[in-house]
Design a protein around this ligand. Structure first.
Ligand SMILES: Cc1cc2nc3c(=O)[nH]c(=O)nc-3n(C[C@H](O)[C@H](O)[C@H](O)COP(=O)(O)OP(=O)(O)OC[C@H]3O[C@@H](n4cnc5c(N)ncnc54)[C@H](O)[C@@H]3O)c2cc1C
Length: 453
């Protein structure tokens, strides 16, 4: 033990870590971005390992009980396939007009993602956390190091995708990043999602869908009627199935996504608040007399973590201009959605949300960790500023980014090319054009499998 100034340190002994497996692609994190990345990589011919700390695939979709997908319309490839397969099992339960958002059955989503991963031949490792990165030279990741019930293990990879949401893998690799507002470092608040039952659909209809045609204050007024002012004063209730509803009613302010103790405290506070609110609502009687919490999320909803620096950074100007790119991998149509970072103005969203934006592209370069030849990013940790992140972060876009990163990772590992040597055709020409371009440039990838991507 060594004590310097006010801190005491324990020196861990050096040790050799077994290289457990060697695969073409390792995907870290199995949220909407990670699952899409793993499917795309495996289907385009790469042996693929998907590492996830929770006990299911889906990230905020499942462990986070989100149950609502935004910006998924017109997305080709895996998002379209997930929608079709949810529909086959009656698990896409509610659609917004113009197909811009939909609710889904959380348990069916879990099962579907597992099925798809198995079909694609993805090696899934649950209950396993990425804790370190091994590098033998600068700008190149050699092994991903994990901790689990199996102890500390190393996974050798030709290409690594960071889809951890918080950018854990890239940070461990030494990449630079931004966090929170540029002026203050403040982040968007966190919310713990809940699923509730015991509601009569006709009687609660006036309170369902806050912000989607129903005034947000209606549900808040009910909370006030039972003496509760929630920490998120624009709470929403939305239908998943008849009798089953999703609820977002709390905001945890000033919590760092990078601190286990802050995350723990926020989770305990949020869960206690949700139980308090629901019990109070129940005491009102009609239409709430039978409301019960079925589940609160195992993972508190983190809106914002690290934004890793990439070879291109998406900025607010790109959203205002509706910037297009030759190497586009995803078109974003969702605007800026900043939940107030200040408790005093919790009632609604930040004034920045009024910024007029136009549909814009995410370029492949925003998915390439700056200075790295085999480390890609997908999902909310890609390279962008605070405002751009508040727009592209929704899950329809995370899937499209994951898909692109997966194909690129497969190409990188199978061809031995560096991340910036990959040629990327514009997504606006459709997924067939991407497949054709990949097939032409990289004939060694699995052509038949690519047609599914
Ligand atoms: C409260 C809330 C409400 C939202 N509402 C909507 C909405 O209505 N619709 C919508 O489309 N989007 C919504 N969003 C945004 C959206 O959920 C996220 O931005 C989205 O989750 C991004 O997907 P992702 O795959 O990048 O990250 P995540 O879903 O966070 O997935 C990351 C995955 O990586 C895993 N992981 C993290 N670190 C490690 C590690 N070190 N080792 C191994 N695994 C790790 C996590 O367990 C997780 O499974 C909301 C977000 C929040 C928080």
């Amino acid at each position: 033990m060594i004590t310097t100034r006010n801190k005491t340190y324990f020196s861990e002994e050096g040790r050799q870590i077994p290289v457990t497996d060697e695969t073409d692609v390792v995907v870290c994190g199995a949220g909407p971005a990670g699952i899409a990345a793993a499917l795309a990589a495996a289907r385009s011919g790469a042996s693929t390992t998907l590492i996830e700390v929770h006990g299911c695939l889906g990230g905020v979709w499942t462990a986070g009980l989100l149950s609502w997908v935004i910006d998924s319309h017109d997305k080709p490839g895996i998002m379209k396939e997930i929608i079709a397969r949810l529909d086959e099992r009656g698990a896409r339960t509610l659609r917004q007009e113009h197909g811009r958002g939909f609710a889904y059955d959380i348990e069916q989503m879990k099962h579907l993602l597992e099925e798809m991963a198995i079909e694609a031949g993805v090696r899934v490792l649950l209950h396993t956390r990425v804790v370190a990165i091994g590098r033998e030279k600068d700008g190149h990741v050699d092994v991903v190091i994990t901790e689990s019930k199996s102890g500390r293990q190393a996974f050798k990879a030709g290409c690594v995708i960071d889809a951890t949401g918080d950018g854990d893998t890239a940070a461990l690799a030494g990449c630079s990043y931004d966090y929170g507002r540029p002026e203050t470092g403040e982040c968007q608040p966190m919310s713990l999602m809940a699923v509730v039952s015991g509601l009569d659909k006709d009687k609660v209809r006036p309170f369902v869908g806050g912000g989607m045609g129903v005034p947000k204050t209606r549900l808040l007024d009910e909370f006030k009627r039972c003496g509760q002012i929630p920490s998120y004063t624009a709470p929403t209730l939305f239908k998943i199935h008849d009798g089953l509803y999703g609820m977002m009613a709390n905001h945890q302010y000033g919590v760092s996504a990078l601190s286990a103790s802050e995350l723990s405290e926020a989770t305990l506070e949020a869960r206690a608040e949700l139980h308090r609110i629901i019990a109070a609502l129940r005491s009102l009687g009609e239409p709430w007399q039978d409301i019960h919490i079925v589940a609160t999320a195992e993972q508190i909803g983190v809106r914002e973590g690290r934004r890793i620096h990439g070879e291109y950074m998406i900025k607010i100007e790109d959203l205002i201009e509706g910037k297009r790119h030759e190497d586009a991998v995803c078109e974003v149509t969702f605007g800026i959605d900043i939940h107030s970072t200040d408790k005093k103005t919790s009632s609604d969203f930040a004034s920045e949300n009024k910024t007029r934006t136009q549909p814009y592209d995410i370029p492949y370069r925003a998915l390439v960790a700056k200075g790295y030849d085999n480390l890609l990013l997908a999902g909310r940790c890609i390279s962008g500023d605070f405002y751009a992140h508040a727009s592209y972060r929704v899950t329809g876009n995370a899937v499209a980014m994951g898909q692109a990163a997966g194909v690129a990772a497969s190409v990188i590992s199978l061809s031995g090319k560096g991340a910036m040597e990959v040629q990327w055709e514009p997504i606006s020409q459709g997924i067939e054009a991407i497949n054709a371009a990949v097939a032409k440039a990289y004939p060694e990838t699995n052509q038949e499998a690519l047609s599914y991507v």
